[in-house]
Design a protein around this ligand. Sequence first.
Ligand code: CAO
Length: 557
Amino acid sequence: MALVEVKVPDIGDFKDVEVIELLVKPGDTVKVEQSLITVESDKASMEIPSSHAGVVKELKVKLGDKVGEGSSLLMLEAEGAAAPAAAPATAPAPSPVRAEPVEAPPSTPSPSTSSGRTESGGPVDVVVPDIGDFDEVAVIEVLVKPGDTIKAEQSLVTVESDKASMEIPSSHAGVVKDVRVKVGDKVKKGTLLAVVEAAGAPAATTAATTAATAPAAAPAAAPAQPSERVVPTAALPAHEPSAPKGALPHASPTIRKLARELGVPLEEIKGTGPKGRITHDDVHGFVKGVMAGTVQTKAQAAKAPAGAAAGGAFPGLLPWPQVDFTKFGPVERKDLSRIKKISGANLHRNWVLIPHVTNHDDADITELEAFRVQLNKENEKSGVKVTMLAFLIKASVAALKKFPEFNASLDGEQIVLKQYFHIGFAADTPNGLMVPVIKDADKKGIFQISQEMSELAKKARDGKLSPAEMSGGCFSISSLGGIGGRYFTPIINAPEVAILGVCKSSTEPVWDGKAFQPRLMLPLSLSWDHRVIDGAAAARFNAYLGQILADFRRVLL
Ligand code: CAO
């Protein structure tokens, strides 16, 4: 095995370009042509591939270094067979996507348009210039729209091949009259991109340069800038399966620059463009989310471990206390379970964003409990045990029907009133809290609900609940009745607007007008979203629930 020095190949006029990503590290096994680093100029980025297969021994560059043709990239212990004979090695030129430098024309006619329009004012056709070996590349972003005022050399569209992307600039300053391409169109040298009401002459040098190589029909093409501009970019994380996972977010140079300026971690953004490409709107949406406190960067999360999911969104709040607990006694550290992390983030968001109010009440379940015990006795052999929770689900459906604003979700300035009755119930599992959902509880009887509940609770405890079994809920019930307690403040399960907390029933003296009677009382705690529900409605909901639980025949009314 020979030690080979891999260098930057001929990359056109790219000179002193910055290393923006390292795609490999010492110890990595790389293939021939596998991308090693990404470099970027102000308008383009490209990956530099390896000339050899082998194991990376030493990196010779670091982030921020400036490199050009011949710069040493890394030392590789090359696999004999795969290695080209010559060493020191130069990585293969990143063709076929590399464009050749554009030669100046013998004479440098002032650019004109394909339609013979003049360039100093009036409409000008802006076409794709000579973009080297790029042949039929897809438009992945249109960066301007009719009415936009643009500068000469402002990027009009981004095109992309399977290995590279580049922005095509305008040859003229002016106002965009018409955009002639859309996302998904295939373009090549000479394709009409836009008609621009030119404000003056085109950028002289670049346009003149273009005139030499653009088709005769399109002398006013977008400037084939110094080939630095024309060298296509390569920024696809997906194209190189052996590249380190997630090393390179899929985004154009402009977006990368924008992200760097704003300090946005591109790798944390989910792209909505073609092939998951991160768009301008994605970056803006991410920034807005961070500012609104609905999105948290990993860096923020690391700074405020238990402090707040939206920690950065509350200026003035004290930072989470950092305590060295070992100073006070022995400790053990454990990672939160995956479920705890997910449910914790959800609970925190709901607690912070929903104006919660909780009404506490008691329901007389003396007769209902007697009925439940009798039912279980009668059905001992069926294997299905009925608990109070099944009755509570049925009673909640009746209350949701009577008070539809409890079976609702907020959507901006609208309320979505649901005409279905899916009831979630909190299940305590070894890994944390989960909320399976009984679908169409209005159409099911107590036995079916009890059976489904015990199946779903088992699945939850076994970690086998599917996302579908936890989605679509209208209203949730959190029952601590089997454990104990009097009242608590359940957190609403957004986007629902209310949740019922239930504690352990107990026999209490209740005044019947003449004497105290021993009655079995069930403590109810109803939390509701004050943006949607008023206190009076909540009190009525609880009272109605109490009436039903006291006399279940009322469900039929
Ligand atoms: N009052 C008195 N006893 C009650 C009761 C109540 N409100 N609710 C249930 N019980 C009794 C049951 O009848 C049963 O008694 P037996 O063992 O004598 O038959 C016992 O308590 C245990 O019931 P259970 O918990 O097995 O059944 P369930 O249907 O009431 O609840 C489930 C099922 C999955 C919801 C429950 O097991 C659970 O996980 N509860 C915790 C929910 C939770 O964590 N909520 C908090 C969320 S916020 O962090």
